[in-house]
Design a protein around this ligand. Structure first.
Ligand code: ASP
Length: 342
């Protein structure tokens, strides 16, 4: 029987309603197991560890990501796979971060949660959790893990973690992977789409990373954005990198002051990554003059990254203490399947 370690960080899945205020608050791992007794019969041997104080995922930060990496590393050998129970709000950020921090991962790390608490009659918790365990335990015909990568399982779909975004605050189908195919669909069976899943490589070894640079901001363009405001942000010594959410295929207004502010920041050693505000598609800075000018200012293409993947990749690379040139080079590589290179 496969051995699975479940890591409970908090989130709606295990929350209960405070009778005085009526708001949902993080609760214990015991509450969760009591509400899903089927875990005992799910065909895997499941152990559970929990954050000392489970959290709403709005409180998640890079320190928590390092704590998760540490738990996985300390339990890596005896377990066949890992399921992380996590709030949905920032699940795609954590999944993206872990995909970079767990370099050389050769076992499944499946994040899941729910839109409704486990205690509610229509809750999606049970299905999400039990299927996530089944996927984490799944092996191929050679006995290798079926999905040796960081994924999100939610509402019948297995998505690559660093390709996922939360797209709905209401529907049970809360996540999408707009620029990469779904890795598995579940219905009466689980259908794996092997051609899209990272292949198992017996020669790689897990190399954990714990440092993430926090001096990064996300700037989102809109018609009328004042260049002075951008100048102000870029001039802050605490700002070392920027994820720049631009229009369409990576375009920005032809505003001399804005361009000079960007070029000056790049010369000062800051890294600026261009990603599109569109839900699908890729940055192509050579397509329009309004994009090319950003290239000439030294802005790097984030290609078809999600905002979550671009941000955590930059945090990760800067956390390694790499030079600006090395960061530029690595932003153009797919480190964990987070960008399409063609
Ligand atoms: N606020 C909750 C969280 O992210 C939402 C959820 O879990 O669905 O922790």
């Amino acid at each position: 029987m496969a051995k699975i370690l479940m890591i409970y960080t908090g989130g709606t899945i295990g929350m209960v309603r405070n009778p005085e205020t009526g708001v949902l608050e993080a609760f214990s791992a015991e509450n969760l197991s009591a509400n899903i007794p089927e875990m005992k019969y799910c065909g895997a041997d499941v152990d559970m560890v929990s954050f000392d104080s489970p959290i709403d995922s709005s409180d998640m930060n890079p320190g928590h990501w390092s704590a998760i990496v540490r738990i996985i590393c300390e339990h890596y050998e005896p377990y066949d796979g890992f399921v992380i129970l996590h709030g949905t709000d920032t699940m795609a950020f954590t999944a993206s971060a872990l995909s970079f921090m767990l370099e050389g991962l050769g076992k499944p790390v499946i994040l899941t949660g729910s839109q409704l608490p486990v205690e509610m009659i229509r809750s999606d918790a049970k299905e999400n959790l039990l299927t996530a365990i089944e996927i984490a335990a799944a092996k191929d015909a050679d006995g290798h893990p079926m999905v040796p990568e960081v994924c999100i399982y939610f509402h019948d779909e297995l998505l690559r973690g660093n390709r996922s975004s939360k797209i709905s605050a209401e529907y049970l189908a809360a996540f999408a992977s707009n620029n990469y195919p779904v890795l598995a669909h579940t219905g009466t069976d689980i259908t794996y789409h092997r051609e899209f899943i990272r292949p198992y490589d017996p020669n790689v070894r897990l190399t954990p990373h714990y440092e993430m640079e926090s001096g990064i901001v996300i700037l989102s363009l809109f018609p009328g954005l004042q260049a002075e405001a951008v100048e102000e942000v870029l001039g802050q010594p605490s700002v070392k990198g920027v994820i720049f959410r631009t229009f369409g295929s990576g375009n920005a207004p032809r505003n001399e002051r804005l361009l000079q502010a960007l070029a000056k920041a790049v010369k000062a050693g800051k890294t600026i990554v261009n990603i599109t505000q569109c839900a699908t598609g890729s940055v192509q800075m050579k397509r329009y003059a309004t994009g090319r000018q950003l290239l000439e200012a030294g802005v790097i293409s984030g290609r078809d990254s999600t905002v979550e993947a671009a941000l955590t990749k930059l945090m990760f690379l800067m956390g390694q203490g790499l030079s600006q040139a090395e960061i530029r080079e690595k932003m153009n590589l797919s480190l964990a399947g987070e960008i399409s290179l063609s």
